[in-house]
Ligand binder design. Structure first.
Ligand SMILES: Nc1ncnc2c1ncn2[C@@H]1O[C@H](COP(=O)(O)OP(=O)(O)OP(=O)(O)O)[C@@H](O)[C@H]1O
Ligand SMILES: [Mg+2]
Length: 385
């Protein structure tokens, strides 16, 4: 191998899908507002489409708050299966956070009566793996009641400033007695001296939970919808990140990346990661970006296929139509005919189902496919069924 090639291979790729080791692009306004709300003890709802950067931003908020002396608890509710599972995850998040602070950890163990921690060294001996074991004889909703009552007393005893995040919060609607679960949570949360952030990607479900008069969380939060990243910030970010690892990309190619991924931060990282690895010292031209984008499309093929396969033929037809041509009026005769969309009633049903599943949305008064990679697949590769 030539020395130049060795050097090229050794340069660490500055684009990554992990959170924590890469700087944030943009989001400074949201960061400041979120920190202010947390400091003021307010509760916040953050929603936005898949992979728009919600978790990374909230983790950044918590890193800042932790440096300010807050206890920060991050509870991921993805795939939660039961009421007891919600309680277990809350306790686990608290034990995991406190185990490095002995006095606080002891307080947590004393305060939380529903679960106790089980800590074991990981097989490589480098860390600790956590699980929790149920200790309470209560079952179902009573476990959750008890867990929240314990959390409230832990908060009171510890006298610490606390920030608690529930990520993928919409998942609690999936468990049995979902509304009752929300009722219990709301009852305790509104009296606790802490800031709670509720985060998730299912806009329809979350807005129903927080904007519907009949639901327990009605009007209890400051609400933020996180949008895709803005063009100028993306261009500067891409240029700076390339430069930080001694490679060059010009604004024209960076702008093309922005357009291809429609400002979606996850795809931006992934596309830039692929591109960075394939160029020597600089991105020569737009063809190199297109070649990297094709690799990205291939890499995402499985995800796109699974998504499209789950749709009915009518829904697929509407997705295809919107991928080919965004529109202000799906029901215009010309549009329906051009894209062979069938009857008005059928379109209405598909529209409802696709919106409910956050696959399409109306932005700036125009209907479109949300995910830029699904959109590109449908438009450029066009699945034939
Ligand atoms: N502001 C940002 N600047 C740079 N990269 C970002 C930014 N936000 C997110 N990313 C990148 O996108 C990836 C996905 O972000 P994140 O997991 O926060 O999205 P999410 O909205 O929580 O996704 P999901 O809907 O799957 O929960 C991150 O791991 C990171 O690589
Ligand atoms: Mg997330």
């Amino acid at each position: 191998m030539q020395p130049a090639e060795v050097e090229h291979r050794m340069r660490k790729n500055p684009f990554s899908l992990g959170s924590g080791d890469i700087p944030l692009c943009d989001r400074q306004t949201e960061l400041k507002s979120f920190i202010r709300h947390a400091q003021n003890g307010q509760n916040v709802l953050v929603f936005g489409s898949r992979r728009v950067g919600k978790t990374m931003l909230i983790r950044e908020v918590q890193r800042y708050l932790a440096r300010q002396g807050y206890i920060v608890i991050f509870c991921d509710l993805f795939g939660v299966v039961s009421i007891e599972d919600i309680s277990a995850r809350i306790c686990r998040a608290i034990f995991e956070l406190t185990h490095k602070h002995e006095p606080l950890h002891k307080k947590a163990i004393r305060a939380l009566s529903t679960f106790r921690p089980n800590m074991r060294p990981t097989s490589d001996g480098m860390g600790i793996s956590f699980s929790v074991e149920k200790t309470s004889s209560e079952i179902g909703i009573n476990v959750l009641e008890q867990t929240f009552a314990d959390l409230a007393s832990f908060l009171e005893q510890s006298q610490e400033k606390m920030h608690i995040v529930f990520d993928e919060f919409q998942e609690i609607t999936e468990v049995e007695k979902g509304v009752q679960v929300q009722g219990v949570m709301r009852k305790y949360i509104q009296n606790m001296c802490a800031s709670f952030f509720f985060v998730g990607s299912r806009k329809r479900i979350l807005t129903k939970m927080f904007h519907n008069r009949s639901k327990p969380f009605f009007q209890s939060t400051f609400d933020y919808e996180l949008a895709s990243l803005p063009q100028q910030d993306c261009i500067s970010y891409i240029k700076e990140r390339f430069q930080s690892a001694d490679k060059t990309i010009h604004a024209k190619e960076a702008e093309l990346i922005f357009r291809l991924v429609a400002g979606n931060p996850y795809y931006l990282q992934k596309l830039c990661h692929i591109l960075f690895d394939h160029v020597q010292d600089r991105v020569q031209d737009q063809d190199e970006v297109h070649a990297a984008f094709n690799r990205l499309l291939e890499a995402e093929k499985g995800y796109v296929e699974t998504t499209i396969d789950s749709l009915t033929p009518r829904q697929r037809a509407l997705m295809n139509a919107l991928a080919m041509e965004k529109t202000k009026n799906i029901f215009a005769q010309e549009y329906m005919k051009k894209h062979n969309l069938g009857s008005l009633g059928g379109i209405q049903q598909s529209l409802e189902a696709l919106s409910k599943n956050d696959l399409i949305s109306k932005q700036d008064d125009t209907w479109q496919v949300i995910d830029p990679i699904i959109q590109a697949w449908l438009k450029e590769k066009f699945f034939v069924y």
